[in-house]
Design a protein around this ligand. Structure first.
Ligand SMILES: C[S@@+](CC[C@H](N)C(=O)[O-])C[C@H]1O[C@@H](n2cnc3c(N)ncnc32)[C@H](O)[C@@H]1O
Length: 205
């Protein structure tokens, strides 16, 4: 496994890209930039989350519903000794994530075009969840119309995620942003909260 720090001659360029949300959004087309305020994690949140989810070198972090990869890319920049994975059901968003990753030249971030229900969570150590099922609720802002959304799917995904999180070992870390918490088993305890409790850090006991 390659834990190479993102040294490279690339370092100043990376610092430049991660200088602000506006700057990092320039990696994407305008249609994607316009979705950022509602759907992509702000950099200051990604920094806090990656500090919590990477307690030591070499851990594998999964972003559950990774969109265009903003959280994973920021995590990989802030924590070069960890590996970030994103699972995303929309193929075209994964393509944007991979293009951005290649421009940045980050070697510790990967994207999977799958539904999270297909994924073996035991392959990862810690998890980030930015209320990914929200689009299934009525009258919510959608990213686009390329997938089916329904309240039934909201319940189904919540139950699937609950089960997968419950099966993880004690010590598993989870960060949630804007979560309604229906997907979180009672074995996870809040250890820190920020942004008026919209951002919560949990550890499984
Ligand atoms: C709010 S966006 C968050 C994106 C990313 N985590 C970030 O913070 O920049 C949620 C993403 O989850 C994806 N998603 C929702 N349900 C999913 C599922 N069952 N499997 C995989 N991806 C899913 C959506 O397509 C959307 O791109």
């Amino acid at each position: 496994m390659d834990f190479t720090i993102n040294t490279s001659s690339n370092s100043d360029t990376l610092d430049h890209w991660f200088n602000s949300d506006t700057q990092i959004h320039h990696l994407y087309p305008q249609s994607i930039q316009l979705l950022a305020v509602r759907h992509w994690t702000p950099l200051h949140i990604a920094k806090l989350v990656s500090q919590f989810l990477v307690p030591k070198e070499g851990v594998k972090v999964l972003d559950i519903g990774s969109g265009v990869g903003k959280f994973c890319l920021a995590g990989a920049y802030y924590k070069p000794g960890a590996i970030f994975y994103g699972v995303e059901q929309r193929k075209h968003l994964v393509a944007h994530a991979e293009t951005a990753r290649n421009i940045l030249g980050l070697g510790n971030v990967y994207f999977l075009n799958q539904n999270l229900t297909q994924l073996d969570f035991k392959q990862y150590d810690h998890f980030y969840f930015y209320n990914s099922f929200y689009e299934n609720l009525a009258d919510t802002e959608k990213i686009d119309n390329t997938i089916t959304c329904s309240p039934q799917l909201y319940d189904y995904y919540n139950k699937q995620l609950y089960k997968k999180l419950e099966e993880m070992p004690a010590g598993t870390r989870l960060a949630t942003f804007h979560s309604l918490e229906g997907e979180i088993p009672s074995s996870y305890q809040v250890v820190e909260a920020y942004v008026g409790k919209l951002l919560k850090f949990w550890i499984k006991i």
